[in-house]
Each structure stands twice: as C-alpha cells, then as structure tokens.
Design a protein around this ligand. Sequence first.
Ligand code: FES
Length: 393
Amino acid sequence: QADQAQEVEVVNRVADSAVQDFVVTPPLWLLAELTYRCPLHCVFCYNPLNYAENRNELTTDQWFDVMRQARKLGAAQLGFSGGEPLLRDDLEELIAEGHRLGYYTNLITSGVGLTEPRIARMKELGLDHIQLSFQDSTKEMNDFLTSTKTFDLKSKVAKLIKQYDYPMVLNVVLHRYNLDHIDRIIEMAIEMDVEYLELANTQYYGWGLVNRAHLLPSREQLQRAEATVNEYRAKLGNKLRILFVVPDYFEERPKACMNGWGSVFLAVAADGAALPCHAARSLPGLTFPNVLEDSIHDIWHHSDAFNRYRGDAWMKEPCKTCPDKKKDFGGCRCQALALTGDATNADPVCSKSPHHDALQTIVLHAQPTKNGVPQTVTQPILFRTDANSMRFA
Ligand code: FES
C-alpha cells in the first residue's frame, strides 16, 4: 500500500510538471467500463445515449491484456464500472488480475448483484474500494429515478460493505427532485456509518442533458442545499466527509475536465473503444481507437482522438490568450459541444465565453413558472432503457 501511494505520488508529480509543458504523461487512472448492460434505468446516466448500439463486450482475456498494457504504461488506479459491472460473471477474475498487477482497484456499483458470497470473494481477491450509489433517501424517489425497486436491496448492500470492512463511500447524484431532501440524505449516510459522502450534482451530458428540463435546479434550491451541507460539515467534522460538487452551470470558471484531455484519464468502453472522457463519444469528427486494433501505448501517445485537445494548440480565443488556460484547459469539450455546437469553443461555464449569457438564461429559467408558480415540465422524462437508446442510434 505504501509503495503504491508513493508510486501514485511520483506519477502525480510528473504529471503536474509535465502538464505545464504539455508533455504527454502516463495515464494514471484506467476506467474499465465493463458493460453497458444495467438493471437500473437512471434518468441522468452518463453512458452514451445510443449505448444499446454497442452490445459487444471484451472477453476476460482481452481485459487482462488492457490492464497489463495500461499498468506497464504507468496506470496506478483501476476502476470497474459500467453499466453495472456486477453483471459480468468474470468480475472476480478481473479484480484478482488487477490486484496481482499492483493496481489500486475500485468497484463503482449500484449494488444490484452484490451478494454476500461475491463481496467475500472480492475481499479475498484484494478489491480495495467500493463506491455504492443511492438515488435518494426515500424509497419512492430512489425507485422512481431508477425505474426499479432497489432501495431495500441497496440498503442491505450498504450493510455488507461495512461488514466486510470497506470504507463506506456513498455516491448520491443530486438534482431538482432530491436537493430538498439533502438533510435526510445526510442523515441516511450517518445511519449507514458512511465515511465519505459524495453529493454530485447532475452534470448535463447524455441522459442528464436530455432530461435537463426536469433535473436542473434553481439557484435558490442549490444555495439552500449547500447551506445545509455546510451546517452538517460544521457539526460532524471528520466523522463524515462530505463532498458537494456544484453543477458546472452555476459556476463562473470552468473545471479542468479530466484534469486536461489525455492527461491522466483513460476509459476503455465495453466494446474496446478507448476514450479520453466518459462522454467523448458525443463529439463529432473523432474516431476513437479500439484496444482490439491498437496498443494502449499507441492509443495514448499517437492517436488523433487522444491528441486532438491535448495542450493548447487547438484553442481559439478567449482560451488561447487566457492566463488560466494551463489550469482549466478551456473547461470541458463535451460541454462546449453540447451548449455551443463546437467542441473547440471555450466551455460556456466560463464568464469569458461569448456563450456564457445564454447559459445564465438557461439557469434562470430552470423551471417553468407562471405568475411565480412552478409549472410541470410537459416533455416526458426519458429513462435509460434499451428501447429509448435505440431512438438515438
Ligand atoms: Fe468530455 Fe469533459 S466530459 S471533456
């Protein structure tokens, strides 16, 4: 563990200094999106809208090969996600290999399918970390947002995670439907003896973007929730660490998405496509290399997809001459595309972007009102289902 931490730190330092000079550094974080299959139907899922078009999945041996190559290149953390990674029968084999290769391994799961024999085996095989997602503190809202009846099952899984001595990391995606439950969500986390609570406001990509009219909160709602979080932080101290991620739309400065394109993050999708971020498949004009055809080394260093937005050569104004360009890299390419139609524009979250005012207007009219009374959004909410996905194919 100590060696691993030291190694991560060294690679981090190399990455930090290298980003300054735009030297290509190793990927630190390999995300294995093992499958797009999922028993849940979350309305803010970050999988591509047309995920159902990609039903191919890498085999166990092909994943082993990806993990070995990425480790050789310098990757230190390995996340298993999806879809729902527990739907893969070979997950335990993949965990064992990840552990053997010296990765810090992380399972990102809805909990559905995490039985006691499976978690016991995963512990034995060296799985380091589990991140469990809940959609709300109430059974009704949790089950509505996922279009399943999974609240009780998730509660049982939360107990298993504690029982098997994992740090309890709970992730709850926030939006208009559950921001007013923030106190109850935190109380639920306290009851579950959670160590880390990640309150991640919905970011508007993929299914979240399609459902934005339903999900985007008002500024007042967000401020109320943040104030409640701060009260709990003051009360609880280190007993429960709470991360509250504000939605980009409410910021004035853009985030350094993925810590810079092709800087530290490498996702490999279920079908073997290598992606510089989760949402990259939404970007037009980019052909993503596949691990079945190219080596991870070539993909990372030489592919057009990973080089397209590296450094600052691709930037135009206002990013090009911005003193912050090495800090925020112009923000998020996928968000720039979604909001301006051009991925090379500055992320409109930035107050220097000529599109920032339009974004402010979206925020201002987050919920339709009539004479000050909130109205129901007329367009239907779209659940992440295969049938809905095929509409985007
Ligand atoms: Fe793709 Fe930000 S999510 S660059």
